[in-house]
Design a protein around this ligand. Structure first.
Ligand SMILES: [Zn+2]
Length: 82
């Protein structure tokens, strides 16, 4: 099974759906067995949807940058200590 660190390293590709089939299957297996990564994945997916939705609004660039930085910090903090 993948470690959480390996999972998180692949997470952005996974959410972009650019992961190869074999890796995708391993990621999905990890997700089904690791509630921690499931939460991170779910939260990140939702945040990305919000973030993409912001492209159609006229949000100041610095606000979008801060939002993205917050997401990245969240992902990074979950990758530690496991
Ligand atoms: Zn995990």
């Amino acid at each position: 099974m993948l470690t959480c660190k390996e999972f998180l390293a692949e997470l952005s590709d996974f959410l972009d759906e650019t992961t190869r089939d074999e890796m995708r299957a391993r990621l999905e297996r990890h997700l089904s067995q690791c509630p921690n990564c499931w939460v991170v994945c779910d939260t990140t997916r939702k945040t990305i949807q919000v973030y993409k939705g912001l492209d159609s609004c006229d949000l100041p660039e610095d606000v979008r940058d801060r939002l993205l930085a917050a997401v990245e910090r969240k992902i990074a903090s979950h990758g530690e200590g496991s």
